[in-house]
Design a protein around this ligand. Structure first.
Ligand SMILES: *[C@@H]1O[C@H](CO)[C@@H](O)[C@H](O)[C@H]1NC(C)=O
Ligand SMILES: *[C@@H]1O[C@H](CO)[C@@H](O)[C@H](O)[C@H]1NC(C)=O
Ligand SMILES: *[C@@H]1O[C@H](CO)[C@@H](O)[C@H](O)[C@H]1NC(C)=O
Ligand SMILES: *[C@@H]1O[C@H](CO)[C@@H](O)[C@H](O)[C@H]1NC(C)=O
Ligand SMILES: *[C@@H]1O[C@H](CO)[C@@H](O)[C@H](O)[C@H]1NC(C)=O
Length: 309
């Protein structure tokens, strides 16, 4: 049920300070002018951010510790699966999706500007579209559409963040990034590109999906656990997809901008595309804590948080 919970977010990541400005060695800088990775200048940020966690899974990083596996397994509750089943499924998955390390190219020559676009009604009439489309990466969450909303949300989508129950078709240049909350999610991903036999998750799911298989990736359970423990201090049962996308952007981008996150000026939590959202503040996600963390990131100049009211 909380799977359906769409954490309303649009984040754009922005790049930080002149790398010349830094007197600390060892810290990868970027050419954006302001790189949020100047993390060691901010003790709050460095308490939460740990560059050794990578958001995306490879065959190597799928070999998680027992502790991580237990954490991930607990999310599945009564459907929990064992290690062998997990191992077998992941091996099968990497026979069909690329097993490549992505986005580990941070350094002084890079300036990757990212926008994370959530689904909040506060995007309505925002005219943020052109600003969003200027980003190198535009990460959109769950079903947030662009068609018909270009002026306010833009038209570019480089990454579509989903879980099976929220999946939609994407075009041939968009990365599909799935957050797995249970073994069935990994089985679903295999199935949509092969046998089309998985038709139910927590709710009915699409048995087939249009996407470029060479651009399909999966989030790593270790990363999910890290977000829950390091960033949310274990608030909520597990982090929302929206919040994990924000942290993912901090890891793979130099500058992060966040759009479409939070309530509108009337305090409503509807979507910009008009459907009534599920109650995101209750249930399994530490919604208030997540929101406060995002405000803190903004305050500390680690992300740019756009809310046009
Ligand atoms: C970052 O995470 C790694 C892997 O869990 C750990 O070994 C390391 O101590 C952490 N670094 C900091 C500064 O907490
Ligand atoms: C996973 O770890 C086990 C035991 O540590 C090892 O035997 C196996 O080769 C590893 N697999 C991968 C894909 O790294
Ligand atoms: C997996 O680990 C092995 C051994 O450390 C390394 O040679 C290989 O490049 C890694 N593969 C990926 C896809 O990261
Ligand atoms: C990708 O999609 C675009 C637009 O839908 C289409 O014009 C193009 O031919 C496709 N590219 C490939 C390689 O299929
Ligand atoms: C899938 O993406 C790859 C890598 O960007 C691209 O080379 C290929 O043309 C795409 N395939 C289709 C059918 O568009």
């Amino acid at each position: 049920m909380s799977r359906k919970t769409e954490f309303i977010i649009v984040l754009s990541i922005s790049c930080g300070l002149l790398y010349m400005e830094s007197n600390s060695i060892n810290i990868p800088q970027c050419t954006c002018g302001h790189c949020h990775v100047k993390k060691h200048k901010d003790s709050w940020f460095s308490k939460h951010f740990n560059a050794s966690y990578h958001p995306l899974m490879t065959s190597n990083s799928s070999n998680v510790s027992t502790e991580t596996f237990q954490w991930w397994k607990r999310l599945q509750r009564r459907h929990a699966s064992g290690w062998n089943e997990y191992r077998k499924t992941v091996d099968k998955l990497f026979e069909i999706i690329p097993n490549k390390e992505l986005y580990r190219d941070e350094g002084p020559d890079r300036c990757r500007v990212c926008s994370v676009v959530g689904n909040s009604g506060n995007l309505k009439n925002s005219r943020y579209g052109p600003l969003i489309d200027l980003s190198d990466f535009v990460l959109r969450i769950n079903r947030g559409p662009t068609e018909g909303f270009e002026r306010d949300v833009g038209s570019k989508t480089t990454h579509r963040i989903i879980y099976p129950e929220s999946a939609i078709d994407v075009d041939n240049s968009t990365h599909l990034v799935m957050f797995p909350f249970k073994l069935l999610d990994l089985e679903w991903l295999i199935s949509v590109f092969t046998t089309h036999t998985v038709k139910r998750g927590n709710t009915p799911v699409k048995s087939t999906i249009k996407a470029n298989l060479s651009l399909v990736t999966v989030a790593s359970p270790s990363f999910m656990k890290y977000v829950h423990e390091q960033w949310l201090e274990k608030h909520g049962f597990y982090p929302s997809t929206g919040f994990m996308t924000v942290v993912m952007a901090l890891h793979i981008c130099d500058k992060v901008r966040l759009f479409g996150f939070g309530a509108d000026k009337h305090g409503n939590w509807d979507h910009y595309f008009g459907k009534t959202p599920p109650l995101y503040k209750t249930g399994q996600h530490g919604g208030t804590f997540e929101y406060n963390t995002i405000k803190e990131l903004h305050k500390r100049n680690k992300i740019e948080f756009y809310r046009r009211w």
